[in-house]
Design a protein around this ligand. Structure first.
Ligand SMILES: [Zn+2]
Length: 486
């Protein structure tokens, strides 16, 4: 148990006289006080561990979440759904040979194809740009190409992470056109750190390796010194079949408008190299803790509040998509869907999805926690986490905007572990999130769901199409697979 920080948290003033109200003051006070949020997170990360959807630890996490909601006397259900595609690495080994030989530390990138002692020349493909592939010409055909990445650390932050995703998608397309045998990407993180960065474009057809930065730089220097190298890789994966997974949905029923639903959620699944503390165990346990404190205090929200622990987020936001399908006949009554997914950096405000009027509601509901701000809402639609299907169904949606902190440098990495969590800030964030959910659950006003025509207008007036294409979701929308149809 680590509650050393709580005394200082409680000293922070959180009420604003104009909006001070007994219930919200009690709830915020409870979130800032002693709660099991940190011991929950320690259990989820250290004892259950990395929670890849489709793995036994992920199933254990679902069972644990149901049990933890039950212990908090929050009713919760397990909502099963089908995951379209299994992909898990079983084992990878990579050897560099030729003029110089060494074992290189690698992992498979998500959705890599398998390989069995696949040997080919290793070539220096620079940063993997069009110029780099033009320079390689026909030599790239049938070769492994080594692609350099800039260092990603906390100074570069999320900006660097998005740039890395972008560059990986662009170079993969060029490599595929060039007929390479496979891609070896240099880790952007120093000190031998490896991580799983999925390729976000259309379905992959190549072996994709991520190599420890130090080994990749050595190979690159050798190639640039004129040495000739071969790379031999064996990639064993478990893949290519559908399977069952489940979301866990906690619920506190509304007292006067129970049919109206305020949904807040965080994904329970993670990648497997670390234990998914920043992404996204911290925010998952925050959902449980808010529900727990509302019940413990005996508070009665006017609307129903649902606390969603999504699964399959890392494989394409699948759990929240399935929820939107399974609850389609209730979506008109969903007055909010909020997502928390950027680690434990300070919540600075919310992305409000490009929906008129939503930002001013959030401004108002944040007033009781003004002392934890400042806050600023940003009214743009953003793709990349579990707000997506709600946004495309026209449901008012939020993503918490968080300070970069140490999120990007540990993103999907072996280093995403409990010790990286900012425990004090997680407590503060839980009070901020509780204030927002309480505001939406009790306010008089609500926004209507956007129509299909309004969503098309949103697409036409923003970069939403570009983002959806980037995440491989554009055809899901145009084909009618995802999003509001009528
Ligand atoms: Zn996440």
């Amino acid at each position: 148990m680590k509650f050393l920080v709580v005394g200082t948290i409680c000293a922070i003033s959180f009420s604003s006289p104009a909006f001070a109200d007994d219930d919200i003051a009690k709830l915020v006070g409870a979130m800032l006080g002693e709660t099991p949020i940190l011991s929950d997170l320690e259990f989820l990360t250290d004892q259950i561990g990395g929670r890849v959807t489709g793995s036994p630890p992920n199933q254990a996490a679902v069972a644990w979440a149901l049990q933890t909601f039950a212990q908090a006397q929050v009713s919760a259900t397990r909502e099963s759904f089908e995951m379209p595609l299994q992909w898990q690495e079983l084992a990878v080994s990579t050897r560099i040979s030729g003029d110089i030989s060494f074992e290189a530390g690698t992992i498979a990138k998500p959705f890599s194809t398998g390989a069995d002692e696949l040997q080919a020349p290793l070539l220096d493909a620079g940063l993997g740009s069009a110029d780099d592939f033009a320079r390689l010409g026909d030599r790239a055909q049938g070769a492994w190409v080594l692609i350099e990445t800039p260092v990603l650390d906390d100074r570069v932050g999320l900006h660097g992470l998005f740039a890395e995703y972008d560059a990986a998608a662009a170079s993969a397309a060029l490599a595929l056109d060039a007929g390479v045998t496979g891609i070896v990407t240099m880790s952007s993180r120093q000190n031998n750190l490896l991580y799983r960065l999925p390729l976000l474009t259309a379905k992959n057809r190549l072996p994709l390796l991520l190599m420890e930065r130090e080994h990749a730089m050595r190979a690159q220097r050798l190639l640039r010194a004129g040495r000739s190298l071969m790379l031999t890789a064996t990639i064993e994966i478990d893949s290519d079949y559908a399977y069952q997974s489940a979301n866990v949905i906690g619920e506190i029923r509304g007292s006067s408008r129970p049919q109206e639903i305020v949904l807040i959620g965080a994904h329970l699944d993670s990648h497997d190299l670390g234990t998914g503390a920043l992404d996204n165990g911290a925010n998952a346990v925050m959902m449980i803790d808010i529900a727990r404190q509302i019940v413990r205090l005996g508070l009665k929200p006017e609307r129903t509040i649902r606390f969603a622990l999504w699964n399959g987020e890392e494989q394409g936001l699948v759990g929240s998509w399935r929820y939107a399908q399974q609850h389609r006949n209730e979506l008109d009554q969903h007055i909010l869907a909020a997502a928390f997914d950027i680690g434990t950096g300070r919540i600075k405000g919310f992305f409000t999805g490009g929906m008129d009027g939503l930002g001013s509601m959030v401004d108002e509901y944040l007033r009781p926690v003004a002392g934890l701000g400042p806050f600023q809402q940003v009214n743009i639609p953003l793709v990349g986490t579990d707000n997506f299907d709600f946004m495309m169904e026209g449901v008012p949606n939020l993503i918490a905007i968080q300070a970069d902190a140490n999120y990007a440098s540990n993103y999907h990495a072996a280093s995403d572990t409990f010790d990286k969590v900012d425990q004090r800030q997680l407590k503060l964030n839980s009070a901020i999130a509780a204030a927002v959910v309480w505001g939406f659950a009790n306010a008089e006003d609500r926004l209507p769901r956007y129509t299909r025509a309004q969503l098309e207008e949103l697409i036409n007036s923003t970069d939403l199409e570009h983002q959806m294409r980037f995440f491989g979701l554009w055809e899901e929308w145009t084909s009618g697979n995802r999003g509001r149809q009528e």
